[in-house]
Design a protein around this ligand. Structure first.
Ligand SMILES: *[C@@H]1O[C@H](CO)[C@@H](O)[C@H](O)[C@H]1NC(C)=O
Length: 148
């Protein structure tokens, strides 16, 4: 295990693309189940997000429902207060998911998270939801980040 982690760190230090599973909590994925959250590049926990950089986000989940649509809703929770966060593409069906979504099928939700240079350098919790036709969460995840 340690050898494997050492190898991953080594590969990451070489500047090669490496996705890292991010520790997350589930905040009520009533229409699905999340198996993995990857942010790239992210070599620390919590992820350090550098101003002016873009990050790729890859959420692997399985759906428990059928849905024609999927809509991403992102909030930054700062001191307990959720603040809406605009992402470039809000449509999950244009973010690596082939719609309509089928029941009991696994999907990768893939999108980018741009970190604007005007964001404050703070720690916050990102809450990322993907909602189905009925506005229920295909997934709802929370993970801490640090903007630097
Ligand atoms: C997302 O993660 C899955 C599972 O690890 C992987 O197969 C897929 O290639 C990833 N997508 C991107 C865009 O990295």
């Amino acid at each position: 295990m340690e050898g494997r982690i050492g190898f991953i760190v080594f590969v990451c230090l070489m500047g090669l693309t490496c996705a890292n599973p991010v520790k997350f909590i589930d905040c009520g994925s009533s229409s699905g189940k999340v198996t993995m959250v990857d942010i790239d590049p992210c070599t620390t926990q919590p992820c350090q997000l550098h101003k002016g950089q873009s990050y790729s986000v890859n959420v692997t989940f399985s759906s428990g429902v059928e849905s024609k649509t999927s809509t991403a809703v992102v909030h930054g929770i700062i001191a307990g207060v959720p603040i809406p966060f605009a992402i470039p593409v809000g449509d999950g069906c244009k973010s690596g998911i082939q719609c309509p979504i089928q029941k009991q099928q696994a999907y990768h939700y893939e999108t980018t998270l741009p970190v604007k240079s005007e964001y404050p350098a703070i720690k916050l919790v990102v809450e990322w939801e993907l909602r189905d036709d009925e506005n229920k969460d295909l997934f709802c995840i929370r993970f801490p980040v640090q903007i630097v």
